[in-house]
Design a protein around this ligand. Structure first.
Ligand SMILES: [Ca+2]
Ligand SMILES: [Ca+2]
Length: 227
């Protein structure tokens, strides 16, 4: 015979509700921390992808230039190693073919007349030399990489800004592994502050001083111009 059904006592209801609330709170905090960590991963990946993209553009630009004995004065690094520093160069005209019958085929490298400049330069509103964050983006002395073109008898004009938010930049020519051919060393870091992790005045002060929660990806390459 079944026992007679009875209503829950007040104590049982209170215990059940307490257990439910503890479980719900635990689930909420689990969801919260998952969201935060995936946000961090996303930001870190963003910075890495952007740094690699900028480096790929530098490589592509310099893959069509030259600094060897057949191209004296073609590729020139001015300034540096810290910004402001720029790489000036002409690129090969791929429409033409080497004249293999010339006395020295290398001397017939057909350069396009326009001069190009990859320039690590000040971002508008930021002085890259004073150790301060002048434009309020929490990056200290950051620079941009800009690409310019100058025709033989014309003015220099901006083609595009290749990248922004660059720190720890170093560009210089170094001894090459091939005779008469110097390598170009390019290094920079892309940096971004994780604004969503700034939760207190202490965090804010640290970020303004160049610290606090931030992600950074450094790329480093030695390029030997092919011609
Ligand atoms: Ca800044
Ligand atoms: Ca500054």
């Amino acid at each position: 015979m079944n026992a007679p059904k009875r209503a829950l006592t007040l104590v049982e209801v209170a215990v059940a509700m307490t257990v439910f609330l503890i479980v719900a709170a635990g689930m909420a905090s689990l969801v919260g921390s998952t969201a935060t960590s995936s946000n961090v991963v996303l930001t870190s990946t963003d910075v890495q992808v952007d740094a690699e993209r900028i480096l790929a553009e530098v490589r592509r630009e310099l893959s069509l230039t030259g600094a060897g004995s057949s191209s004296p004065g073609n590729l020139v690094v001015t300034g540096g190693p810290a910004p402001p520093v720029e790489i000036a160069y002409n690129v090969i005209d791929q429409g033409d073919i080497f004249d293999e019958t010339a006395p020295n085929p290398a001397q017939s490298v057909p350069w396009k007349p326009d001069r190009f400049f990859l320039s690590f330069e000040a971002e508008p509103g930021e002085d890259p030399t004073n150790g301060l964050d002048d434009d309020g983006d929490f990056l200290v002395d950051e620079v941009r990489l800009a690409l310019y073109r100058q025709p033989p008898a014309g003015a220099r004009s901006l083609i595009k800004v290749v990248g922004e938010g660059l720190v720890d930049v170093q560009v210089e020519t170094t001894g090459g592994t091939l005779p008469g051919r110097e390598r170009v060393h390019v290094r920079f870091a892309r940096e971004r502050v994780q604004r969503h992790l700034i939760a207190s005045n202490t965090d804010l002060a640290a970020a303004q001083a160049g610290g606090g929660p931030r992600v950074r990806h450094t790329v480093d390459v030695y390029i030997t111009p092919p011609n």
